[in-house]
Design a protein around this ligand. Structure first.
Ligand code: IVH
Length: 673
């Protein structure tokens, strides 16, 4: 293929992909299969790698790829990004209507034409397109200058990198367009993001708006790209090469350019219709996948807008009519503790039922013990609850002045309320250690157990797990190995062949490596890597199960929290029963040979005091690389005590036990350094 042909095909591919993106993301009505789309993308990638001279920034292959920034630059808005006056009552909206008529000297009986739109609760941005290409994007900032978040906005799929993507319509883009809109995080993405953060012990976002702002203001565009942000454009800041008579026409224009405009925007006449729209949207809001905090009312005629002008920082021709607040006060009747699928314990306030923004609330999440402590929520307290992001209601704060006498601070239970297993704390999160047997965690533990990198049971998809658990066929992971073909066939959608295949896959999984076996147990804090570390160190499951805290802490990379989590896991009778059941079912518990023949094979070292030329971790690495072990405390098994500067009481003890004491130099010599 020569250059000319390549260039032509690249141009065609880009325009096709751009169109399919638009159909998929903006219109939500794709006209190509996923496989067909992937083929186009792969072909484009292939050509671009062969002919890098034709790679342009608007290429759909270049949405994510910019390097992380040190800090954001700034961008000036050609026209200031104004804010809106707020109204909270019918009277205030009527005042707005009257003010307009008085100002324009229109007959009070005439109905003004308004464009009405949902008020999205996200953050305002400006998108700049030059000759149809997305060239810059910024936040509102102080209204005059915003932050340059171009690279992050490029990752938002509903922002076209090139205008007029609809190849069926022969529209050409304007010379320059500054479009304005609201970037937001859809509610389900917000929920997912917070669930992940909670699992990792990271602070959760209070609401979708904060999550959207936090996601857009990431210095690394890859982080932004992983958060499925979305946008609705609601206005034109300025345009060269197009003209409109009304605000609604400008929205139609944005739409024709491939930008996403809220489908509920419309034109109405007179204040009565505005109030009806507000009522309608307040109901609609409950069904939407994004947050609204009101409706925006704009005088539709641009000529009238011009005459009305701007008052300090908000226009006289627009108003935000807010919805009823989603905060109310009520009393905490009890604090219950729920157990999530991952085993995390969540305190939940049981409330005297209260209607918040039209929905009755009886429970509110308190997230975790740290949050309860921070807000100091107690049974009997009067609290303000809010529906954060229309998701799970939460306790915003306590009305301390109304606190009754004799309330007590809340403490997490030390046993799982579902299965009675021990409760362990990791960061901010308390979790149940009965991972293999706790009913609350059953589906998740089976899914993890059968997953590709654990026991790798092919065909045990997420839906099947639900099916087996809900039909009562599996009560713990070991039950998988006791399933008969008849059990499988008795469930819906299973046939001879698929049942046979699953039986085979289960049988095949009976011979895991030791690391996979350890990983599949789902011990909190033991991921794939840690499973390998444990397999290398202990060599078989029994030794790991019998390991003491000291043994675990002496293992490089294992800190006190992971050690405690492992100890608790194997202390838990429920888990031991399941492990025994696995063994009885014929699951192999392999033995892994420890490293032998190293210079430190079988030798145990203990450090006390500071080392000069090595960190403790480096020293531990040296020992483990040589097949030796690093101990955490003084005991008779220690072969060498390495005494550094200012050794502590360990040295005294070691001397009493008559252990061999060496210095750092000697240790380095032994390690061949
Ligand atoms: S118009 C002068 N329309 O609300 C007009 N704003 O409180 C200024 N917003 O900064 C904005 N949905 O972030 C407009 N349909 C909508 C909107 C909207 C949400 C946000 C926007 C603005 C803030 C003003």
């Amino acid at each position: 293929m020569d250059e000319k042909e390549a260039k032509k095909e690249i141009t065609r591919l880009k325009s096709d992909i751009n169109y399919h993106n638009y159909r998929y993301y903006v219109l939500d009505s794709p006209v190509v299969t996923d496989a067909g789309y992937d083929r186009l993308m792969r072909r484009l990638e292939e050509l671009e790698s062969k002919f890098p001279q034709f790679v342009t920034p608007d290429s759909p292959t270049r949405r994510v790829g910019a390097a992380p920034l040190e800090a954001f630059g700034t961008l000036k808005h050609t026209f200031p990004m104004l804010s809106l006056n707020n109204a909270f009552s019918v009277d205030e909206v009527a005042d707005f209507d009257e003010r307009i008529k008085r100002y324009l000297k229109t007959d009070p009986g005439t109905d003004i034409e308004f464009a009405v739109e949902p008020k999205m609760d996200g953050l305002a941005v400006e998108l700049v397109y030059e000759d149809g290409f997305f060239t810059a994007g910024s936040t509102r900032g102080d209204g005059y200058t915003g932050e340059d978040v171009t690279q992050n906005l490029r990752t938002v799929r509903t922002i076209p990198l090139q205008l007029a993507p609809d190849i069926r319509k022969k529209v050409s883009p304007p010379k320059r367009l500054e479009a304005r809109g609201e970037v937001f995080l859809p509610l389900d993405s917000f929920k997912k993001l917070n669930a992940e953060r909670e699992k990792k012990g990271e602070p959760v976002f209070a609401n979708p708006r904060n999550a959207a702002a936090g996601s857009l203001r990431q210095l690394d565009p890859k982080v932004t790209a992983a958060r499925p942000l979305d946008i609705f454009c609601y206005g034109v800041g300025s345009v060269e090469g197009a003209e409109f008579r009304t605000h609604f026409e400008s929205l139609e224009f944005l739409k024709s350019m491939g930008l996403k405009v809220n489908p509920f925007a419309k034109v109405v006449k007179g204040i009565k219709a505005v109030l009806e729209y507000h009522e309608e949207m307040e109901k609609k809001r409950e069904e939407l996948d994004y947050e609204l905090d009101g409706v925006v009312i704009k005088v539709n005629s641009l000529e009238l807008q011009e005459r009305l002008g701007v008052l300090t920082r908000s226009p006289r021709w627009a108003l935000a009519y807010k919805f009823a607040p989603k905060q109310e006060s009520t009393r905490v009747v009890d604090i219950e503790v729920g157990v999530g699928r991952s085993g995390a314990l969540t305190p939940v306030a049981v409330l005297e039922p209260i209607s918040v923004g039209g929905v009755t609330i009886e429970h509110a999440t308190l997230h975790n013990q740290d949050e309860v402590d921070r807000k100091d929520v107690r049974v009997g307290d009067y609290v303000v609850v809010q529906r954060a992001g229309d998701v799970i209601p939460e306790v915003a704060y306590v009305l301390k002045e109304k606190r009754p006498a004799h309330t007590k601070p809340f403490h997490m239970p030390d046993k799982c309320p579902v299965c009675g297993s021990f409760v362990e704390k990791d960061g901010a999160i308390h979790f149940c250690t009965g991972g293999l047997a706790c009913p609350a965690q059953l589906k998740e533990s089976i899914r993890h157990f059968g997953s590709k990198r654990a026991m790798d049971i092919e065909g045990l998809g997420g839906m099947h797990v639900d099916q087996f658990v809900e039909a009562g066929r599996i009560k713990d992971v070991a039950d998988l190995y006791y399933l008969g073909k008849e059990d499988i066939l008795s469930l819906e959608r299973w046939g001879e062949k698929s049942a046979d295949n699953l039986m085979k896959a289960i049988e095949k999984s009976k011979h895991p490596t030791l690391e996979r076996l350890i990983y599949s147990l789902g011990i909190h804090g033991v991921g794939e890597h840690m499973a390998k570390v444990l397999a290398d160190k202990f060599g078989d499951l029994k030794s790991l199960m019998e390991a003491t805290e000291e043994d675990l802490l002496a293992t490089h990379e294992i800190g006190p929290e992971t050690a405690a989590s492992i100890l608790d896991f194997f202390r838990e009778k429920h888990n031991l029963t399941v492990i025994e059941k696995l063994k009885m079912a014929g699951v192999e518990f392999p033995v892994k040979k420890k490293k032998e023949g190293g210079r430190f094979a079988g030798k145990v070292f203990l450090f006390t005091g500071g080392l000069e030329s090595l960190t403790r971790d480096e020293a531990k690495d040296l020992i483990e690389a040589g097949g030796g072990e690093a101990a955490a405390g003084v005991n008779k098994k220690v072969d060498f005590v390495v005494a550094g500067a200012e050794p502590g009481s360990k040295l005294e003890k070691a001397k009493k036990l008559g252990l061999k004491i060496i210095d750092e130099e000697e240790f380095k010599r032994m390690a061949g350094k």
